[in-house]
Design a protein around this ligand. Structure first.
Ligand code: AMP
Ligand code: MG
Length: 329
């Protein structure tokens, strides 16, 4: 019985179910989503806050639950390429990239088809839509069973740390949503790479992420930065920030600080220290990043010092998140 495996949290008279991912939980999650409710679910990147992408009211609830500005568009998630191709126009470059990476941590911003049934709120007033097929068995099973695309930004309050475990979602969103599907920790732990291919003459990297930009450039040619007239609202402002101030490129921690370390020879893990990867492995560091920031973001510290992270491969995405967290503190 679902109730026997459910962990229920009651806060302020509101309850949110956190269920391990068995068939009954999936069925329940799909029923909630079809009814316009919100369900957080794991992907290979971070936990998403899902709602029926074709339902205006459900999409409005996502913005409200996150406290996300209405002008910051959402990513629509699909079970397969064909589902995405019904809503947006793929040119050759976009099709080749999707074939190469999907299911996987790449989001493509493409022009909406005029007949698309995706809520215009998902696009936040742009004539484009961000689409992705996630590489997670539970996310794909949920998409198939629900039978509609899911708008799913990261399942955290706007501007805060992204969740990479069901517990992170419960901690910050339990009173705003209806259910969390618990699929354990996210494999990659960092958000998708976002590439804008909506203009035939341009390929723009809007957000570095779990799929390396270098590999994208081999398919689309030169990738430009996120300058120019159409900007991605989510690349600005306070983002990915812990509550505590963050200090990057620190060699050691100062009195009262917690330390997010990296690599061999760094101080050993303890109550005030976490090492992203003692082997110096950037994939391991990405997978640990948000979980360790959540763990160190405690009131007994005055700030979080972060050791330097190499700016190569997925390290580019890690440094992007840390830079924004630092700017906003
Ligand atoms: P999140 O859903 O929180 O992982 O963030 C999604 C990211 O994709 C944000 O940075 C958005 O601004 C960006 N994004 C989503 N849709 C579009 C779009 N149509 N045009 C440009 N950027 C987009
Ligand atoms: Mg986010």
């Amino acid at each position: 019985m679902v109730h026997e495996v459910a962990r229920m949290r009651e806060r302020d008279g509101v309850s949110c179910l956190m269920l391990p991912s068995d068939g009954a939980a999936l069925e329940r999650a799909s029923a909630l989503l079809r009814g316009g409710e919100l369900v957080a679910f794991p992907t290979e990147t971070v936990y998403g806050l899902g709602g029926d992408a074709g339902n205006d009211a459900a999409v409005a609830r996502i913005f409200a639950a996150k406290g996300r500005p209405a002008e910051n568009p959402l990513i629509a998630h699909f079970a397969d390429f064909e589902g995405a191709a019904r809503e947006v126009e793929f040119d050759d470059r976009a099709r080749r990239l999707a074939e190469l990476v999907w299911p996987g941590p790449l989001t493509l911003v493409l022009r909406r088809r005029p007949e698309s049934r995706i809520s215009l709120r998902v696009s936040a007033g742009f004539d484009t839509l961000a689409v992705r097929v996630p590489d997670h068995p539970l996310a794909l099973a949920l998409l198939r069973r629900t039978g509609c695309p899911l708008a799913a930004p990261s399942a955290n309050p706007s501007g805060g740390l992204s969740p990479t475990r069901a517990d992170h979602v419960m901690e910050h969103m339990a009173d705003k949503i209806d259910m969390v599907l618990d699929g354990g920790p996210c494999r990659l732990g960092i958000e998708s790479t976002v590439v804008d291919l909506s203009r035939p003459d341009q390929a723009r990297l809007l957000r570095p992420g779990g799929y390396p930009a270098e590999a994208i450039a081999t398919v689309v040619g030169t990738l430009s930065g996120a300058d120019g007239p159409i900007l991605s609202p989510g690349i600005f402002g306070v983002h990915y920030a812990p509550r505590l101030p963050l200090r990057r490129n620190a060699r050691r921690r100062q009195t009262g600080e917690a330390l997010l370390a990296f690599g061999r020879g760094a101080p050993k893990s303890g109550p005030a220290v976490r090492n992203l990867s003692s082997k110096g492995d950037l994939a391991e560091a990405a997978a640990n990043l948000f979980d360790m920031l959540h763990a160190l973001d405690q009131p007994e510290f005055i700030g979080i010092a972060v050791m330097p992270i190499p700016d190569t491969g997925i390290g580019v995405a890690i440094n992007d998140r840390l830079r924004r967290a630092e700017t906003s503190s």
